[in-house]
Design a protein around this ligand. Structure first.
Ligand code: GDD
Ligand code: MN
Length: 414
């Protein structure tokens, strides 16, 4: 292998977050499967990465020589962690590095790393030495003894946290209790569902589309994977020596978002959605956004046309209120309801095109709304509120369906 090949970065997988079964084709010609692929997600870990790689290599060289790989997945850290990691590849031949420039987030980083992995067992460990490396060998032997998943836990024998404040302990436990209420079937299976230090047998998660938000990748693995036996190994979460934690309030929001998403897609609604092939989750989000639009419309209408405020003419006020509501709905739908589509089409040209189409579709929806209302009220149900309710439902389904097919269409295949 030439020097250039030796130190080149890993290709970044795109498309759905799905791990393939190990087949000669998926691995490429000439490569063979190995026992363990360990992903190290990093963001601004320049001062830690060398130590982490060195300690892990030493440990695994002894335990399973030549049968493991370390995959650093860095999200284009401004401190150039990826570059430091890359420079280590010559000394540590088991090390590979991925530099992601378009996608962000801890959980997806881990999955992208697993997607290029060759191991029959897939693992993850933090890149800041807060997870004691010695536990690795215990996790690995738990899998060898038959577990599908082996989790390093702070809450079993031998586990703990080093010097956490009461507030932090409380927040951590509070998050766990909240999770237990929303998703008992997932969080109830392990003592430390927040752990980011674990190994899983590849075939427990292969060929399943994962869809995590934020930090807690383990929830996704237990929630969607085919995980039978679970083993837990105690560990003490050490203090950081270099760099700083990336946890902010956003991770708490992401966590709740993730819980709800898993709840919906693994629950009864998710099953119905798959059976009927109708995107129920998306439709619910679209409906919720629509509801927010009603409030925006009402508020603006009040501000513009009410005699106590601006007292503008009703029709003019309504047109402005309606258009502002449409803008509101568009922004939320683009950032949330159809985020998976719009994230790949972020240029202004594309955004404007979507906005334009959304406007047209909503306008047509309004016409449909009025038509249906009149039809039902005059010929079927002589109650204007019931008739209006049905008309709104019909228009919402129309708006949703046509926008799904027209405005947020996957157009550019990279
Ligand atoms: N690629 C990538 N992208 N890596 C990230 C990102 C990201 O957006 N955010 C954080 N990381 C990396 C960090 O560099 C570190 O190696 C690891 O993920 C954990 O991040 P910390 O910011 O150090 O989190 P923590 O110390 O609060 O750890 C908590 O989360 C861990 C991961 O789920 C604890 O709950 C741990 O038990 C848990 O393992
Ligand atoms: Mn940390």
């Amino acid at each position: 292998m030439s020097n250039n090949q030796l130190t080149s970065l890993l290709p970044i997988p795109s498309g759905p977050l799905q791990i393939s079964e190990l087949t000669p084709i998926s691995m490429g010609v000439g490569s063979k499967s190995i026992h363990l692929s360990l992903v190290i997600p990093t963001y601004k870990e320049r001062d830690n990465i060398k130590n982490v790689v060195s300690v892990l290599s030493q440990l695994l060289d002894e335990a399973i020589p030549g049968n493991y790989e370390l995959i650093v997945v860095d999200d284009d850290s401004p401190d150039r962690t990826w570059e430091v990691a890359q420079s280590l590849m010559e000394i540590y031949p088991q090390l590979q590095v991925m530099r992601r420039q378009h996608e962000r987030g801890l959980s997806s980083a881990v999955i992208r790393g697993w997607q290029v992995a060759r191991g029959r067992v897939l693992g993850v460990i933090d890149g800041d030495l807060q997870h004691p490396p010695e536990v690795l060998t215990q996790l690995f032997s738990a899998i060898e003894q038959g577990a599908d998943l082996a989790v390093a836990s702070r809450h079993v024998e031998g586990g703990g946290v080093s010097s956490w404040s009461v507030v932090r302990r409380f927040l951590s436990r509070g998050a766990q209790v909240l999770g237990l209420t929303i998703l008992p079937g997932v969080l109830g299976r392990v003592s430390d569902p927040m752990s980011g230090y674990f190994m899983v047998r590849r075939n427990a998660i292969a060929a399943i589309t994962l869809n995590p938000v934020g930090y807690k990748i383990l929830l996704e693995v237990i929630g969607r994977g085919r995980v039978g036996e679970i083993a837990e190994v105690g560990y003490v979460f050490c203090e950081r020596k270099e760099g700083e934690s990336k946890v902010t309030w956003k991770q708490y929001i992401d966590y709740i978002h993730h819980l709800l998403r898993l709840r919906i897609s693994t629950g009864r609604l998710g099953k119905l959605s798959r059976k009927t092939n109708f995107p129920i989750g998306r439709f619910l989000r679209f409906g919720l956004v629509g509801l927010s639009g009603v409030f925006v419309d009402m508020t603006v209408l009040y501000l513009l046309s009410d005699p106590t405020t601006l007292a503008w003419p009703l029709t003019r006020s309504k047109i402005i209120a309606g258009e502002i509501a449409i803008c509101n709905n568009f922004l939320w739908n683009d950032a949330w309801t159809f985020a998976d589509v719009s994230i790949n089409q972020q240029e202004w040209r594309h955004r404007l095109k979507r906005f334009f189409k959304f406007n047209i579709v909503c306008l047509a929806g309004l016409v449909l709304n009025v038509l249906v209302l009149n039809l039902i009220f005059n010929f079927l149900i002589p109650n204007r509120y019931i008739a209006n309710f049905i008309a709104i439902a019909v228009a919402t389904i129309w708006n949703f369906w046509v926008n799904l097919k027209l405005s947020w269409r996957v157009t550019d295949v990279k």
